[in-house]
Design a protein around this ligand. Structure first.
Ligand code: BEZ
Length: 396
């Protein structure tokens, strides 16, 4: 017993020396950077877009989990800020993540006005930013930057697709209705551009401040104007209330309501019967029959006990984009140019179908025409194949 007691410390010392020597001899590997990758999630977790922020977070973390919980071989530390979809608070919120927490990558957000402020801070500080929803056209237009990517869409894309479809359906007059901010303005702008180019006429453009939901005066105006169709941009809690109010006013029996898919995505359970038959355009649909979507939906339901929506897909793809970049540099964030190049050149296997990015870092993807049937946004056609964005003043 005494002999063993006296030998044990010697063995421990030898083992320690051995480990230290091995560590000194081991090749220096960039992938083995000691610190965790810091990811700043700036998303809405309260307010009308709260569910969208949660779905994006879930989708992002699901893709990371499927990648062994790592980025380029490194562990991850998350920092989270609730941006409340409030543009006035956006600079402070983004700076909390960039300056106080010193995140390596910013991921956010849902609201275009907040995202525009984030993009400015990302440019000023050269922080890598991935936008997992907000469609503000300028982010991949005049404000484009090498360090700013988008895994979602640009606002005008859905309007362009629906304007084309409504003209094909021989509608002659339309009224547009939206929250008055970049997302709605650009969405109805795209609709007007495509609808009028094909011979239709937007006879009235109505709007109300974000995130107000007192729709009655607008419904009364629509009833009096009697257009062939109404194109409306709302999302999250506001979309639930609008679709219900439209039906309660009896308008769904006389004037077809259409919109970008945000009108019915992630909202169908709450909208119930009032959403039945609605046509929308979006880069995703619930029942898309590709292997990635089938696997994604099953994994999402298993992990979160709820059905995924387009926001979850965009969160998933934001992580996939980052994984492509981080794997290419084996987690070495100092190799920024290589990382950006790998992200630019990635062709993502997304639940929406595979897609590539424009030079200004916006997805080029199919825009589907969907119809609400039995609690699902069913894809009934491809409205526009491989829709891309004009450069809009982007100088990259
Ligand atoms: C936006 O602000 O860009 C936006 C918000 C919700 C759904 C779609 C777009």
């Amino acid at each position: 017993m005494r002999a063993l007691d006296s030998i044990a410390p010697t063995l421990v010392t030898l083992a320690a020396v051995g480990i230290a020597a091995a560590a000194l001899l081991a090749p220096v590997d960039a992938a083995a950077q000691p610190s965790k990758v810091k990811i700043g999630l700036m998303l809405p977790y309260t307010g009308t877009y709260a569910a969208l922020g949660t779905a994006i977070t879930n989708g992002f973390k699901l893709a990371i989990d499927e990648n062994s919980g790592k980025l380029g071989g490194r562990e991850i530390e998350y920092f989270t800020v609730d941006d409340e979809s409030d543009p006035a608070k956006a600079p402070d919120n983004a700076n909390k993540l960039v300056k106080r927490d010193q995140v390596d990558v910013l991921v956010g957000t849902v609201h275009s006005g907040v995202a525009l402020a984030m993009a400015k801070i990302a440019r000023d500080t050269n922080t890598l930013l991935i936008v997992p929803n907000a469609g503000a056209d300028d982010i991949t237009g005049s404000l484009c930057a090498a360090n700013v990517f988008r895994s979602s869409f640009s606002n005008s894309q859905m309007g362009i697709a629906m304007g084309k479809v409504m003209a094909e359906q021989k509608k002659k007059t339309a009224v547009t209705l939206t929250w008055k901010y970049a997302a709605g303005d650009e969405s109805v702008g795209g609709f007007k551009e495509a609808f009028e180019a094909a011979g239709g006429k937007v006879i009235k453009a109505l709007s109300l401040p974000f995130p107000q939901v007192e729709f009655q005066p607008y419904l009364t105006a629509i009833a009096a104007l009697k257009p062939d169709v109404v194109y409306a941009f709302f999302a999250g809690g506001g979309a639930v209330k609008f679709v219900k109010d439209y039906a309660a006013a009896g308008l769904n029996r006389t004037i077809p309501l259409v919109g970008p898919g945000f009108l019915t995505d992630g909202t169908l359970e709450a909208q119930g019967e009032t959403a039945q038959g609605l046509l929308t355009t979006l880069h995703y649909g619930d029942g898309l029959d590709n292997p990635r979507n089938i696997a994604f939906r099953a994994a999402y339901v298993k992990a979160f006990k709820s059905e995924p929506d387009v926001y979850a897909v965009q969160g998933f793809d934001a992580a996939q984009l980052l994984i492509a970049g981080m794997n290419a540099v084996k987690g070495d964030l100092t190799k920024r140019a290589e990382l950006v190049k790998a992200m630019e050149e990635s062709k993502l296997d997304s639940p929406r179908g595979s897609f590539a990015l424009t030079r200004s870092h916006n997805p080029i993807h199919d825009i589907y025409l969907r119809k609400v049937e039995g609690g699902q946004n069913k894809v009934i056609a491809v409205a526009v194949k491989n829709l891309t964005d004009p450069p809009r003043g982007c100088k990259l």
